[in-house]
Design a protein around this ligand. Structure first.
Ligand SMILES: [Zn+2]
Length: 116
């Protein structure tokens, strides 16, 4: 009878040790996952920041030239020193479809946009 109790106690001890080992392993894995998560959040944020910054840095290089072209064309659609339109050379005031005087820039807006 004592042998049986000893055997049961042995099994219980082995099971307890196994459970302890499993819980240690699980705890270690959880800790590693947590640590990986904690490390990956700032790393991911930094990576995203780099991606966004690189894209922002590349954008003006692509759109910078059309913007320069636009301002260059718009600077031509002004009344020059002789009172003429710098865009079409007309000496008269530009008028819209209602007969109201408009600036050369407004009047030639569609042509400027078409040339961009
Ligand atoms: Zn004009």
């Amino acid at each position: 009878m004592s042998r049986m109790v000893l055997r049961v106690a042995q099994i219980v001890g082995v099971l307890l040790l196994a459970g302890l080992a499993i819980s240690v392993v699980v705890g270690l894995v959880q800790w590693l996952l947590g640590a990986a998560l904690i490390v990956s959040i700032p790393l991911g944020a930094w990576w995203l920041y780099r991606r966004v910054k690189a894209r922002d840095g590349a954008r003006p290089a692509v759109t910078g030239r059309p913007a320069d072209r636009r301002s260059e064309l718009e600077s031509r659609a002004v009344i020059d020193a002789a009172g003429r339109c710098g865009w079409c050379g007309s000496a008269g005031l530009h008028k819209d479809e209602f007969g109201f005087p408009v600036t050369p820039l407004t009047y030639h807006r569609a042509e400027i946009d078409a040339m961009l």
